[in-house]
Every structure is written in C-alpha cells, then in structure tokens.
Ligand binder design. Sequence first.
Ligand code: ZN
Ligand code: ZN
Length: 557
Amino acid sequence: MSDRLSVSSRFDAGETASELECLPFGVHHDDEGVCLLVRMGPHRILLDCGLADVSTLVQELKKSARRGSSPEPADFVLVSHAHPDHARGLLALHKAFPLLPIYASEVTSKLLPLNWLEQPPQEVPSFCQALPLRSPVEFKDGLVAEIIPGGHLPGAVAILLTYTTKERSYRLLYTGDFFLSNSRLVEGLRLEELRGIELDVLIIEGSYGTSRHPHRRTQENQLAERINRAIAERCSVLLPTPALGLGQELLMLLRSHHYFTGRDLDIWVDGSVAVGCDAYLELLSHLPPSVQNFARHQPLFWDERIRPRVRRMQPEQRPDVSNPCIILTDSTADLNEYWQNGTGYWLTLFPEKTNIKINDQYSRVTTVETYLLAQHSDGPGTTQLIHNLRPQHVIFVHGSPAYLADLTSLEELQNRYHLHSPAAGTLVELPIGETFLQPAAPETNYEGELTELGTVVTITLPDAITADPRWRHFADTGLIEAKWQGEDLVLRGLSQRELLNQNSDRFTWSDIDCCGTCRHQRGQRCWNPASPLYNFKVTLEGYCPAFERNIEKNPES
Ligand SMILES: [Zn+2]
Ligand SMILES: [Zn+2]
C-alpha cells in the first residue's frame, strides 16, 4: 500500500524544509508489529519495537549509525505499552545495541518481561527505564518527551515529543494503542489532557477503522449473557485470550456481573494469562481506585472462597475439571487439550477479528463463536481524537490496510489534514507549513451514559456540552422534548415561545415571565419607558429585566 497524501492547497505557501520525518519499520497491517523511527531535526527516536524478527531493523540501524556520527542507531527508544505487537522485539534490539536507552512508563517496564516467558529469566535483563507520567523530560538539547496515559492496558501511554528550534517548536504525538472509554482495570485516555497542545504530527492507531461500537456496558452484557446461556445448557466455556489485558478484563467482568456473582462455578485460568494476573497483582497501586477498593474486600483474582471461584490451573488438572466451567487460556495454547478431556460439550469464544483456524473434527465437541469486548477506540473515537488535536499531518498505523483506507477516505479528515497510511519501509516526509491555519473541528458527537432507575431515566452528558455557547439557550425553560427518529432518540430544548404556542394544559401563560405575560406589552409593542425594549416591537417570548407580570391577563382556570 502506498503512502496516501491528500495535499491541499493551504500547504503550498510557506512550506519549509522538512524538519520531521517518520520511517516505519513495522506498521502492524497484519501481525508484524509496530516499529517507527521518527526524526525531529537532528534527533532520532525509535517508537516501539513490536517486530518478531528484528534482523532487518538491526541491519538498517547499523547502516544509519555508520553514516551518522553517533555509534547508536537512534538517540533512544520509547515504548508505548507492553503488548507483544509493540514490545516483543525490544530484548533482541537491546542485545544488538546494549547502550541504546529504552524508556517506558513504570507499569510497562514491569510488564515487559511477560514477552519473554519462554526464555530463562537470567537471559532477560531489565533494560527498560521507567519514566514518570505527565512529566516532560528533556532528553536532548531542544528535545522533550512526555508520556500520557492512553487507556487500553495498564501502563499504556501516548508519547508527546516536542522539538524546539530558534524559530519554533514542532510537536508530534504517537498514540500507541489507545482507548477513550474506561475499562474495568484501566481508565480511558482523557481528551482534556491533550487539549491545547499545538500538534503538528499525529501518529495514530486505526485498529477498528471507521466501525462504530456499542457502549462498553452493552458489549459486556452481551458477552455475559452468552456465557450465562452456555453454562445454563451445561456447556463449558473456553476463552483464549492474550496474556495481558483482555484476560484480566474478562475475569473482572465474570466476577462482578450479576449473572455470575454468588454462583457455584469454577473459573480456571491457565498459562501466561495466569502469569499476567500475577503481574497485575504486583501493580495494584497503579490500577484505578475502584479496583484497589475491590481488592481491599476480596482477592483481585485468585479466590477459592467467594463464588464464582477463580483458580489457577495446573497442567495436571486440565483433564479433570468439573463441567460446566469457564477456562481462560493463552490464545496460542493448544485448545485440543481442553476440548478432548471428555468433560462434555464446549463453547469456545474468540475475541472478534481473530483469525480462527479450527479443524472440522472439533465441531463435535465445541461451538466456536466470537465476541466484542473492545480494547481500542472505534472509528468515532479515532476521529474524535484527531479533531481534538487538529494536527497538520495524520499518520495511520496499526490496522488492516482496508480499515486504515476507510479512515483515510473519510471526507471529514481529508479536507482538514494531510493523511498518510505508509507501508513499512516507506519514508514519510512531514513538511510543516508555517502559514498553516488549524482547521476548525467539525461537529462532535458526544457520548453520554444512560441509567434507568424504576420509572426515571437519567441521561448524563459530558461537560463539553455545556461549554458550548448554544447551551445557554438550549432549554432555558428547563424542559426538553424527546422524540424517536428511527432508532435514534432526538433531544431538543423547548423554548419559551414553543411553550406559549403549545395548547397544553401543563403550561399556561402565567407560568412564564416574558413579554407575552408582561403588563407593559400591548399590541406586540413595549410601552415601558424603563425597558430597553421601550417603543420597540417585541416578540411574545421576549424578556427584559423590567418585566412586570400582567395579573389580569391570566385568571387562573
Ligand atoms: Zn496493545
Ligand atoms: Zn497493538
């Protein structure tokens, strides 16, 4: 796939020589992982190293080190989070360049070793230095890096790089994997932490393309409902997941969802998912307060006492678990070991968008389905982040080429930003126009939350809604009208005028202070010399501080 550029004329004027470039070694179009070399002026920063095989990267870096004056291939490496597609190449990279500094958040630095569980621990040195969150660090003269929590996984961060010359500052943000919503074990990326940075380049993941997801709670309920149905049919449930992130989210969901709390049921955790749980327990103080609070009353994961029981599975237990049960195991495990144990029929649930290759012969022992419990932002979340940051350039990585193409062909993005979706090995030049005017963000869709309590429905909307000047006029009567439009529910503020025109028994003229009920209004004109509207034609829903109620006009009926 070639580098897509939608060049707009506003870049033609005032363009300077490129201070910024990005050379991707891996863009994770499939499973190859992310690894990006960013140049800002004289500085070279490697972002993530998720390549399974780093030999080409090491060769290229050695060549470029020979050309430059420094013996190191880059100034330093910044790691967004501990997932293998961002981190699995780091150990080999460290072995090739032992002096190359590697940095990540504190939590990530502690989770990284889970990428090399198959290696003897003495061969996995701790090579990663921990950086504080939200604290700009000057790594080189004029080059500052700051990490900001990105949601998605404990320790995951977005990385903000600022390069300052005599003329100006250049800012680049790499999102890593990000998620705007709160999950059970990690809080979402907070847009307000990023507002106001004048960003030039945004490197953003596009895992879910333009697809839109249901609210997180809906996703959780659908999954819990499916598992509940299987258990009711005395069918065991097998959940293959990655070692970190999704597995622990599933455990928290199963332990706290009303379908399962108090239920006499075993949840077994096997393989590196169990190791992942142990790692989380070590990091309890970094998890959200709600989780820490939960852990004060009962163990976060291993719990034989409180139902459903969460138990670590030993290999010898695999053949004789009691049916029905739930098992969480590695997505790379040999699932036959579970299916073939003669404990009855299985429901095997894979996270959506995994390539499932299952031999036909297993259809006798298991049903295979997928579910959505998203760990990344969906399309609207992705565009929302872009419009909040309004950079000149947007580079999409981390997603199937088709999904990334869906994003780069969005008109709302094309006519505002320079869009790139480079293949690995394609240099992306990032000329920064001096005369660039930050484009206006388009209309935003706000996400709220809905609570139903008995007969009362409460809709909670984010503060950003009231920051809009239109809010002052929205429903200044304190009343709204709701009506269905297809599947959508449209909320509209009711103005005083509408109330006046409504022949409803609920509202009478006397309810409202306005020209229509003012004693100084006659013939749609104001006759009160004390009013700024004196002598003017007024609208009946109008109002001024000199308002005085017309008592006679509205005898109580
Ligand atoms: Zn990830
Ligand atoms: Zn990833």
